[in-house]
Write a protein that binds this ligand. Structure first.
Ligand SMILES: [Zn+2]
Length: 191
């Protein structure tokens, strides 16, 4: 199975980052208070997960030899599985299982007040179910809104996007903060 970015998706990602209505922001330390513990959800992808976690710890000012202060959930597709209509869920209503895990962590198991959702591209699980990057952006907007509705108000939900450009761009892998209000407007314009 192909596990690289199509030219169509590459063009969309570039527009989301550099276009007139860009909503992807390069991830840096300005997005985080130092050393704040987080509930983290990202894909289990064995080729990209380490880089996602490494970068996430670095921008939160956690040393490479320290615990990452993450209550972490890794499953195929990461937060895309939390979308009630996600094609990545083979079993009906299984998004509820994944959502319940996040809610339990935020409400019952920890006192952590930040939930960081990382989706990524190319994602083998998304490819397996025929998704393109536009569908992934659509899903993540739905997921964020839904989690914000379900979780107590003290919890902040934020979305991040990791891209492995491979040979398409120098630098290979990049991480972005996703401004979901911007993503929603961008998706609306591209209907
Ligand atoms: Zn993946």
């Amino acid at each position: 199975m192909a596990n690289s970015i199509s030219s169509e998706d590459h063009a969309l990602i570039r527009d989301a980052r550099y276009g007139e209505h860009a909503f992807l922001k390069d991830l840096d330390r300005s997005f985080f208070s130092p050393r704040t513990p987080v509930i983290l959800n990202c894909c289990s992808d064995w080729r990209r997960r380490f880089e996602i976690l490494r970068k996430h710890a670095e921008v939160r000012r956690i040393e490479s030899n320290e615990d990452s202060l993450c209550h972490a959930f890794h499953w195929h597709g990461g937060p895309l599985r939390l979308d009630p209509r996600s094609p990545t869920n083979r079993i009906p209503r299984s998004h509820e299982v994944f959502t319940a895990e996040i809610v339990d962590a935020a409400v019952e198991v920890t006192t952590i007040e930040e939930v960081d959702l990382y989706f990524h591209w190319p994602c083998g699980k998304a490819f397996l179910h025929g998704m393109d990057v536009r569908q992934a952006f659509t899903s993540i907007v739905i997921v964020k809104k839904r989690l914000e509705h379900i979780l107590p108000q003290r919890c902040r939900v934020r979305v991040f996007f990791h891209v492995d450009f491979g040979d398409l761009e120098p630098g290979g892998m990049r991480s972005y903060f996703v401004k979901t209000s911007g993503a929603k407007a961008w998706l609306h314009r591209r209907r």
